[in-house]
Design a protein around this ligand. Structure first.
Ligand code: NI
Length: 142
C-alpha cells in the first residue's frame, strides 16, 4: 500500500504488556492492526457525537405471539422509513423472531428508533451497532 506511513510510539512497559494481553485475547495478529482498529473506532465515536450521518444495524429478538406487538413494531418502523434502508426477518423458532434493520441517520434519530423498539412489551433484546460513518453524499470514509 503506497499510502502506508510508519511511526514509532513511546509507551510505558506495563501499559504495553496490558495492551499485548488484550490483543492476544482478541486474536489480533499484530499490534498495528489493533491500533488501526482503535483509531477507527475513536473516529467513528467522534462522528457519532458530532451528529454526522452514520450507518447502523439494529438487531432485535421478540415473541411474535405477544398481542399487538408485530403491528406496533411495523408502525414504529414506518415512522422511520426515511432512515431505514432494509430489514430482514428470521423466524427463529415457533415463538421468536429475529429482525435485522439496517438504517442510516444521526445518533439522535437512530437512538430514538432503538429506544422505541426496545420499549415494546415482548421485545427481549435490541442491539444497536454503528457500522460506518458516511458523508453527505453517502460516501464512506475512514
Ligand atoms: Ni417471525
Amino acid at each position: 500500500m503506497s499510502n502506508l506511513v510508519r511511526f514509532g510510539i513511546s509507551l510505558d512497559r506495563d501499559l504495553l504488556e496490558t495492551f499485548d494481553e488484550r490483543i492476544r485475547k482478541k486474536k489480533y495478529t499484530n499490534r498495528s492492526e489493533a491500533i488501526r482498529d482503535l483509531i477507527r473506532e475513536d473516529l467513528l465515536r467522534q462522528d457519532w457525537r458530532e451528529g454526522e450521518t452514520v450507518a447502523a444495524a439494529i438487531t432485535m429478538v421478540y415473541d411474535h405471539h405477544q398481542r399487538g406487538l408485530v403491528a406496533s413494531l411495523m408502525d414504529i418502523q414506518h415512522d422511520y422509513h426515511h432512515a431505514i434502508i432494509s430489514s430482514q426477518h428470521v423466524h427463529l423458532d415457533h415463538h421468536n423472531c429475529l429482525e435485522i434493520i439496517v438504517a442510516k441517520g444521526t445518533a439522535e434519530v437512530l437512538e430514538e428508533l432503538h429506544g422505541r423498539l426496545k420499549a415494546q412489551k415482548g421485545v427481549f433484546h435490541v442491539g444497536l451497532a454503528i457500522a460506518s460513518a458516511m458523508d453527505d453524499e453517502g460516501e464512506h470514509h475512514h
